[in-house]
Design a protein around this ligand. Structure first.
Ligand code: R5P
Length: 282
């Protein structure tokens, strides 16, 4: 199997290829004068792992073109970050089920799909080919331990992230709890005060995604009010939309850790090992 990627997932693809002992296919990317994407791949084997996070419309178009260019091969698609996956419910008549729309189109031309900490595993049923989801929660636990955390309180910002947080905490048998979050708008959340024994603790809030940073900034302020010694955050997908970093650092958060499913300055742990193990299992 060879590995090939869009421009948006180059580092992760290179790590997968290196750690998995696979060849990385060279791809030339450019644009036509009207702005449309062009790409041309080097020789692709009978089997290829296509790696491409959907972080915006350009990344989606590039991924569709890359999949088409690999049409002669048996392709597995790795979606490190699947944009639109959070829009998995219709709240008003006339709205699309965006997660389903994405899954349908991304199933075309591939034989299977692998996601990483997709927001809701129900999304997997929208793919028309077999789809599996891998989790980086154990890797985050190991990273935090290697980074020097000895007795942190691992905290999920809401009920939905509890299972994820408990796997992070299980890496070293750390304490784990969750907050109660209500989303008011795309950028604003309310987090209920809760008796957590935050006093004097090193707290790491863990979540699948940091998008606007609203969830974390609100939680961080609350935890400092409750006497936390330090607050940091660890996520899989660092979207960091708009002014996320300014919100986060204004809240007093000390560190923000993310994986390379979206390549950014906070990408400190890689999904490569988990993907390689996952490939051998599915
Ligand atoms: C929501 O359920 C997710 O797990 C994250 O908590 C959410 O996407 C974070 O968004 P934001 O950073 O905009 O608060």
């Amino acid at each position: 199997m060879k590995v090939i990627s869009t421009e948006y997932s180059q580092m992760l693809a290179a790590r997968i290829a290196k750690e998995g002992g696979m060849d990385l296919v060279d791809v030339k990317y450019s644009r036509f004068p009207d702005g449309e994407h062009y790409l041309r791949t080097g020789p692709v084997d009978e089997e290829v792992l296509i790696v491409g996070s959907v972080v915006n419309s350009d990344s989606l178009v590039q991924l569709l073109l890359l999949t088409d260019a690999c049409a002669g091969a048996r392709s597995a698609l790795l979606l490190p970050y699947m944009g639109y996956a959070r829009q998995d419910k219709q709240f008003h008549p006339g709205e699309p089920l965006s997660a389903r729309a994405m899954a349908r189109v991304l199933s075309l031309g591939v034989s299977r799909v692998i996601t990483i900490n997709v927001h809701d595993q129900g999304v997997l049923f929208h793919f028309s080919v077999p789809a599996v989801n891998l989790s980086l929660a154990p890797d985050i636990g190991k990273y935090l331990s290697a980074a020097g955390y000895t007795d942190p309180l691992i905290l999920a910002p809401d009920h939905g992230a509890t299972a994820f947080a408990s796997v992070v905490a299980a890496a070293k048998g750390w304490d784990c709890d969750h907050l109660e979050k209500t989303r008011i708008s795309g950028e604003e959340v309310r987090i209920e005060p809760k008796n957590l024994c935050a006093e004097g603790r090193e707290i790491v809030i863990v979540d699948d995604i940091i998008s606007t940073g609203g969830t974390l900034a609100t939680a961080t302020r609350l935890l400092y009010e409750q006497g936390a010694q330090t607050v940091a955050a660890a996520c899989v997908h660092g979207v960091f939309a708009g002014g996320a970093f300014s919100h986060l650092f204004a809240s007093g958060i000390q560190q923000v850790f993310a994986s390379d499913t979206i390549e950014c300055g906070c990408s400190v742990y890689s999904a490569a090992g988990t993907v390689i193990n996952g490939l051998s299992r599915c």
